[in-house]
Write a protein that binds this ligand. Structure first.
Ligand SMILES: [Zn+2]
Length: 114
């Protein structure tokens, strides 16, 4: 599953930063995602749960998810809620649609116990 690798990269980044801050543990972290790229909340949460068990710093951390609206915009400027990519504009039938919001799986912030 694609999400596991992405979430693992985020967990490793948090570990690195938390270690640099001499944290005893990480209490929470917040990940932003967009369901257009099939990173459903369930997938992200599942990936986090299996990844964090291997991390002494993060094993008790809670995950907060910030889901961006899966909006798409076609070449003609119509905006609509998409479910996946590629998609078709329901107004003009255009296949040239682009995500309005960032579609990455991104670490927004995290909280530590020093
Ligand atoms: Zn359109």
């Amino acid at each position: 599953m694609h999400e596991v690798a992405l979430v693992r990269a985020i967990v490793e980044e948090v570990e690195k930063q938390a270690t640099a801050k001499k944290a005893r543990r990480v209490n929470w972290l917040k990940i932003r995602f967009n369901s257009l790229t099939s990173h459903s909340a369930d997938h992200v949460r599942f990936s986090f749960d299996i990844t964090k068990t291997a991390s002494p710093l993060l094993k008790d951390a809670t995950l907060q998810l910030h889901e961006l609206a899966p909006l798409l915009r076609c070449r003609g400027g119509h905006e609509f809620a998409g479910h996946h990519l590629p998609d078709v504009c329901p107004k003009c039938g255009s296949l040239e649609v682009k995500p309005v919001n960032d579609t990455g799986l991104v670490l927004e912030s995290f909280g530590i116990e020093a």
